[in-house]
Structures are given as C-alpha cells and as structure tokens.
Design a protein around this ligand. Structure first.
Ligand code: SF4
Ligand code: FES
Length: 377
C-alpha cells in the first residue's frame, strides 16, 4: 500500500436525520435511513482506529448529531483516545442537559450553523418555525459553559444583503470564530442553484463588508470567508486535495474522501464495517483515484498550480461536465469554463421558489415559497 500521511480529521456523520430542511443541504440526494446507522460499538472502533492512525480531530456531524442518544458516549470515547472533538450542530435540540453532558464527556468545541441573522428568513430557509430563536439560546448555553463557539453562516443571494447583521450576530453571540461559507452546488443544493447563486455585484459588496469587519474585529472575532466558486477565476483546493486531509464516514459506514463524493457514480466506497480505516485511507481505489497529480489531464497536468489547488473540486467537475477527471470548470484555464455561464445568467434573473425535501425523499415546494428580499441587479 502507498505511504501517505494520515488524514488530519475525520468527519463522523452520525446520522442523516435532521429536524431542519435547508434547501442547500450537503447530505446526498438519497438519505441513509436511521435503521442503517452504525451502532455505538462500531463508531467506537472507528474512533480508536482514527486515533491509532494519527488523526488529530473528529468532527461529529450529520444530519443532526444530537439526534443520536449515544453522542455523549462517542464524544467521551474520542476524547479519551486523544482526539480533539468538535460538535457540528443546528443547535435546535441543544438543551441545557445535553450541553452539560457534552461538557462532562469532554467536548472541545461547538459549531452552530445559522441560516440568517433575520429570524423569519432563517426559519423560512430552515423549514422550521422558531429555529432561529432556539439557536440563539443554544449558542448562549455553549458560551455559558466557557466552550469555544464557532458560528457557521451559509450565505446565498437571498441573505447576502444581511452580511452586516450576520457579522454583528456572531459578535453578540460571543463566538470566537465566524465561518462565512457560500453555498456549494452539488447534491441537493444543485436543485436550488438558480434561487441561491448571487450576482457578481452582490458578491463584491458582501466581500467588502467582510474585509472591513475583519479589520475592525481583529483580536475579537476570527472571520473565515469562503467565496462562491462560480465567481472565482481559480478553484479552491477542495478538502485540501482529494484524500489528502479528510476522511468522512457516512451514517451507514461508507468511507468517503469528501461529503459529496457519492455524487460521482463511477466510484464505489468501502465500508468501515468490514475494512479498517487505515486500509481504506491508503489502499482503497476510491481514495487513490484522484489523490495526488497522476490522474490529471491537461491543462492541470502541466500547470504550476497543480499541487496548490489539486485541480479543484472533483464533485463540481462532475456536476458541471459529467466527467470527474477534468479541470474544475471554475478555473479560467479549464476547457469547460463556459459550463458556468447558464448559472451566472440565472443569477441575474428573478429567483425561482426554493425546493425542499424531507427524510424519505419527498420534494415539498411550499405554496408560499415566494423568494425573500431579493433585487436582481
Ligand atoms: Fe488548478 Fe488545473 Fe486550473 Fe491549473 S489548470 S489552476 S491545476 S484547475
Ligand atoms: Fe468532493 Fe470537492 S466536494 S471533491
């Protein structure tokens, strides 16, 4: 098996069950049902294997990981194994009892996702009445216990105008870090791309606000900002490069190099039920397929940036061209760069209603799904 560095972090997607219904959900189109989820013992074994490989961090994610009653057990197990533990949660079920139990178990850090700074708009996007208020209460509980808090704000054309409020909200909630992430378009978010992709003008305005806030809040709030790929000229090193830093385990135990990897139908993924994490990481075909630079075609193969961005995002290359091996079309050098045009044109038109889903795959388009305060420029 090839010698490769161990992953920096594993993402333990404990469940796809979730009380919210965000129309940009990063979980796959076909959610894994609760009956297929790994049991506590299997997750414990996976955590031990991760620590044994030299992994430093585990991110407990979902769906909503608090749906699992054994979350505190798993956090405690990971902490005893020496892993830095982060809970990634919507916060809507983060009660006082659960926060206390998590602190007792040894949780290191909590990240709460927010859909907006405006309560009505946030509830609308989450598909959950009262979600915004409950999230604010959950954030206060986390801070009361002295835990480091990160706020994750997912931005798109329907909330970008409220960037100043989103930043002010993170300060008010006592977060040490604010992750501002634009929606990435694969999986379910692709169905809502025309409703969510901002125009270049909207983006430039929001970016200026973020840059000013970074200066103003230096020493108080760290602001991470991920630009929407479609407006960039060069791609991101998605996941730090395929199978270089992260390994994700789905609720049923499939090991993936990124959370969207299952959108690429030519790949099949090994299970942690039958194969060790180390064997999967170093030896599996799916992890090795796009690792490094050997798989690249031109223009990536001879490009100076090939070990900087690793050719961009494989899932995005597939979503936009049907071929996961080509240069990410975001790149201005990519032969498929024109594949972004229809989306950029749609961003200037009136947005269509959001398309929602529920566990089990039913698509729900609410009758009152009028777009929020959007003024196409
Ligand atoms: Fe990155 Fe490939 Fe574009 Fe070079 S050609 S910048 S490696 S995507
Ligand atoms: Fe899969 Fe980028 S999301 S490689």
């Amino acid at each position: 098996m090839p010698e490769v560095d161990p992953p920096l972090a594993i993402v333990a997607e404990l469940t796809h069950r979730c009380p919210l219904q965000c129309p940009y959900c990063s979980n796959p189109l076909e959610l894994e049902p609760g009956r297929d989820e790994l049991d506590t013992d299997t997750w414990r074994r996976v955590l031990d294997q991760a620590a044994g490989m030299g992994v430093l961090q585990v991110q407990f994610s979902g769906g909503e990981p608090l749906v699992r009653r054994d979350l505190e057990d798993l956090v405690g197990h990971a902490a005893r194994a020496g892993l830095y533990t982060t809970l990634i949660t919507s916060g809507v079920t983060l009660s006082d009892t659960r926060v206390d139990a998590l602190v007792e178990a040894g949780i290191d850090h909590v990240l709460i996702s927010f859909q907006d700074a405006n309560a009505d708009a946030g509830d609308y996007v989450a598909g959950y009445d009262g979600a915004h208020r409950i999230k604010c209460e959950a954030a206060a509980r986390v801070r009361d216990r002295g835990l480091p808090l990160t706020i994750n704000a997912v931005m798109h054309r329907q909330n970008l105008a409220r960037m100043p409020e989103v930043i002010a909200q993170a300060v008010e909630l006592g977060a040490g870090r604010l992750e501002i992430a634009h929606v990435q378009y694969y999986g379910w978010a692709m169905a809502n791309r025309d409703a969510l992709l901002p125009t270049r003008e909207q983006l430039d305005e929001a970016t200026a606000i973020v840059e000013a806030a970074r200066e103003r809040l230096r020493g108080q709030l760290v602001v991470d900002y991920v630009m929407p790929d479609y407006h960039a000229m060069l791609p991101r090193a998605c996941m730090g490069g395929w199978a270089r830093r992260f390994l994700s385990v789905t609720p049923s135990g499939k090991a993936l190099p990124c959370q969207a990897a299952e959108t690429i139908p030519s790949l099949s993924f090994p299970s942690v039920r039958t194969t060790s994490l180390d064997a999967i990481w170093r030896g599996s075909e799916a992890f090795n397929r796009y690792r490094g630079t050997g798989w690249m075609m031109e223009p990536c193969r001879s490009c100076d940036r090939r070990e900087i961005d690793w050719g961009g995002c494989r899932c995005q290359a597939f979503a936009l061209t049907g071929n996961p091996r080509v240069a990410d079309p975001v790149c201005h050098l990519a032969p498929d760069h024109g594949a972004l045009e229809p989306a950029l044109r749609a961003a200037r038109a009136v947005p269509p209603p959001l398309v929602y889903r529920r566990l089990g795959g039913t698509i729900v388009v609410p009758e009152d799904a009028a777009p929020l305060s959007v003024t196409p420029s």
